[in-house]
Design a protein around this ligand. Structure first.
Ligand code: SF4
Length: 361
């Protein structure tokens, strides 16, 4: 049987129940989810499914990530609610690909782990499954493992096995609607201009889950610890000097009261230049290099090969006395103490939770 897989939290439980129900059937997983946005989230979910299938001894096939095709097909359905017409297409699309893959692999039966997802309509999934059965001649197997405490058992198992528990269905539109309702920043949709990994970004989680797999391979015991913290995202920022945009780099946790200010450099104390507005601190690229033990020749080099977020926070703590400070700290290639400057800076500070690994023993 070819089992379409949406995520590890659903598949880990579903596959074990399915194996109990069909003990003579060889199960193969099929991860086909072009609906998942952004791509890093797709990779994170796939990574966790790979781990789960390895634990269960189930072969896994990865389908194509045809995200553009998926987006094109749901054009006009962007504002549909969950369980609406966009989800109809989304189920049809994923089950159609599963049926085609089953034909290719010579499998006679298909099913989907979406059937165990508490927020999905089983009737809507059965409808899609029956349609593929008629169209491709593969049997659609429908099961309901949610009943009699199944969902609670599933979540307990996910917790026990430290599976990645995503908090949105998958697509861009559901994510946006959910974050709007929660009045939360959809930080999953941000990518920094440099490749610097932002705290509690999807890339940050991928690094954590990859490290976890490494620890498991080495047989090292670990715990995943969750900590509340104040997160930061720079949404936009640039400096103008005498009306022209100049190369600049903004350190994390830099904020402005408003999104824009004019300033002049009025004082220099050792390596720090102070502006007459908003307590802005300017440092040269040379001093930045010195603080971080780097050798950037131009600001552009930072964008291409940025230091880690943690390195920058350490550098910031050497510049600003108060470690909870939100003072803007800007790096410029050169300083002109006579010219008028303008700073545009839009940043978001918000409560968040970050996971980290603690090894035991
Ligand atoms: S809400 Fe979920 S099922 Fe519906 S279209 Fe988006 S990803 Fe697909």
């Amino acid at each position: 049987m070819l089992v379409h897989i949406c995520c590890a939290v659903d598949s880990h439980y579903f596959l074990q129940k399915l194996r109990d129900r069909f003990p003579d059937e060889k199960l193969t997983g099929y991860f086909y989810d072009p609906n998942i946005h952004p791509y890093s989230e797709y990779r994170l979910r796939l990574l966790d499914v790979q781990r789960s299938c390895r634990m269960l001894g189930i072969d896994l096939v990865e389908g194509e990530y045809d995200y553009e095709g998926w987006l094109e097909a749901v054009r006009g359905l962007e504002n549909e609610p969950e369980k609406g017409a966009r989800c109809d297409f989304c189920f049809d699309n994923r089950l159609e690909s599963t049926a085609q893959k089953a034909q290719e692999l010579g499998e006679r039966r298909i099913t989907t782990t979406l059937l165990t997802s508490p927020k999905k309509s089983i009737e809507q999934l059965n409808e899609a499954g029956r349609m593929m059965q008629r169209k491709y001649g593969v049997e659609f197997v429908t099961v309901d493992f949610r009943q009699k405490g199944g969902t609670q058992e599933q979540f307990a198992m996910a917790k026990e096995e430290k599976l990645y528990h995503q908090d949105y269905c998958g697509c861009l539109y559901a994510l946006r609607m959910q974050r709007d309702q929660q009045q939360r920043l959809a930080d999953e949709l941000f990518s920094p201009i440099s490749a610097q990994i932002q705290p509690e970004s999807i890339e940050d989680r991928i690094a954590l889950y990859e490290r976890r797999m490494q620890l498991e391979e080495e047989g090292v015991k670990y715990r995943i610890i969750r900590e509340k913290f104040l997160n930061y995202r720079l949404l936009r920022g640039f400096v103008k000097r005498s009306g022209e945009v100049i190369p600049s780099w903004i350190l994390p946790y830099s904020t402005l009261k408003r999104k824009f200010t004019k300033f002049r450099i009025v004082e220099k104390v050792e390596d720090l230049y102070y502006a007459n507005r908003e307590d802005i601190v300017i440092i040269t690229l040379d001093y930045y290099n010195q603080l971080l033990d780097k050798n950037y020749k131009k600001i552009e080099d930072i964008v291409k090969a940025p230091p880690t977020f943690e390195e920058e926070m350490q550098a910031r703590s050497k510049i600003i006395y108060n470690f909870m400070s939100l003072t803007p700290v800007i790096v410029l290639e050169n300083i002109d103490e006579n010219a008028p400057h303008q700073l545009s800076l839009e940043a978001h500070i918000y409560e968040d939770v970050r996971e980290h690994l603690a090894t035991l023993g």
